[in-house]
Design a protein around this ligand. Sequence first.
Ligand code: ADP
Length: 539
Amino acid sequence: MPPPDRFTFSSATLTPPAGTVAEPAPAPLAPVTPAATPVIGPVPGASTSRRRRLALSIRLRLTLWNVAILTGVLLLFGVSVYAFFAISLNKEIDDALQQQYSQIRDGAGFYLAWDRTGGLRLFTDLRPDRFGSDQLDLFIQIASLEGRVPEGGRSSNLGELSLPISREVLTAVRDGRTVMEEVFVGGHPMRLYSGPFYLTGPGDRAPDIIGVIQVARSLERTEWTMTLLRLLLIGGGLTSLAVAAVVGLALSGAALRPLDRLTQAARAIGTARDFSRRVELPPVDDEVGQLARTFNEMLAQLQAAHNGLAASLDAQRRFVADASHELRTPLTTIRGNVGLLRRVTDVDPADRAAALADIDSEAERMSRLVNQLLSLARADSGATLKTQPLDLLPIIRDCGRQLALLAGSAELTSAVDLPGEPVRVQGDPDALRQLLLILIDNAVKYTPAPGAVRLKLDRDGATAVIQVADTGIGIAPEDQPRIFERFYRADPARSGNGAGLGLAIARRLVEAQQGWIEVESAPGQGSVFRVRLPLLPDA
Ligand code: ADP
């Protein structure tokens, strides 16, 4: 028999820290209802049709915006160009007419001569044909202040036509003013400039107005130019708009195609509920690429959440099945014994006592099981422990006394090993006692007499280590990772009344105090369970 205070193990398997033991931690399941699902963006339903319409026409909208802006720019440009040309062409004509008028006015010579009747008369050498020409599109006419045109007073390119002289023009000319107007001569639009014809007298005498000089230019060429310009501007503008619309539609289509693919991939993933799939990343890491990457990251998180949920659902289902099974066994025994006592009236007193003892022990087993299930359910529901800064010494001392009692009745030796100074951690004293009692209970249960169980408190770096070691039957290496699972019993034949919940509860309690539990064991030689809790920094 090994000495009670010596523990040697050939194989050592450590249970990894919290969370890595095979059993998945069941998460509380919240029903997922559409109402509870947070929605990003507008309230669902309120504007679904509007959003759908907008989503469908995004390509068209982009193009329309493009075309609308271009239309505005082209319109502004076209109107400016047209106005500029119209103004400058008109100004050019007006300037030319004025210049022509001045030339004619200043170039005319006068002389005195006898007319046929023998009277002395004033003649001018002004000949409109000297100035008017078809090539220049220039028409000249000279008239008296009454509006009469003398013979030869018209440039011959006017033919039978004459330039109109209105009363207003005559009045203006008599007043020494010039008049610019637009008229129709023989159906042709013309710009007409009328001004006074002067006779300058000798000395300081003011010149006399003796007639009207009219110069005109046909506007047909200008109008034709403007029509051509108009056609050019409208045609060019419309062509630009059409090209912009087609190119814009094609470009926005190309730009939105990756988004389209993304939508289709997302829809396919949603339909198949296959969160392991990923959307294809476009070759360039532009906005769409980033969207695809973010979408894939979200899928990864969804997959993790989905897997976690599925695992915890599965664990929950197994748990319920196992719990029902565990409860059914004692119930069957109790009902069997009660039935027997009821049916058979003349039961042998010894059998009756045995049946009652059975009922008693099964009822006790059931109530222990129900208590354990309650503990687990409480832990699963997320009920947090009331942790506080505490010294582990008095708690371990307490548990040591329990150990001495239990070990004594099992004919085992026990020892408690405590450090000299306090070991302070953040913990819940009741939870700590409960979990240590589970470990002590197991150690005593799985250690046949003569054996030893030892409770030890120690420090290891920044953690407090509570160790429950026994010299019992040990745990096979393949069982060691699984003993913390619910309802797992390494050797059901030897665990007696145990349902395999003790270590599962112990692990939950340790984890709730930010610690972890590990086991080191060798079959036939004994086991060591270590609970590690983060030490509080010394005040
Ligand atoms: P039980 O109520 O069956 O003891 P536990 O969850 O406490 O359930 O333990 C799970 C299993 O781990 C036990 O069935 C047993 O096989 C094994 N076990 C636990 N503690 C020890 C120990 N100190 N020595 C040997 N085996 C142990």
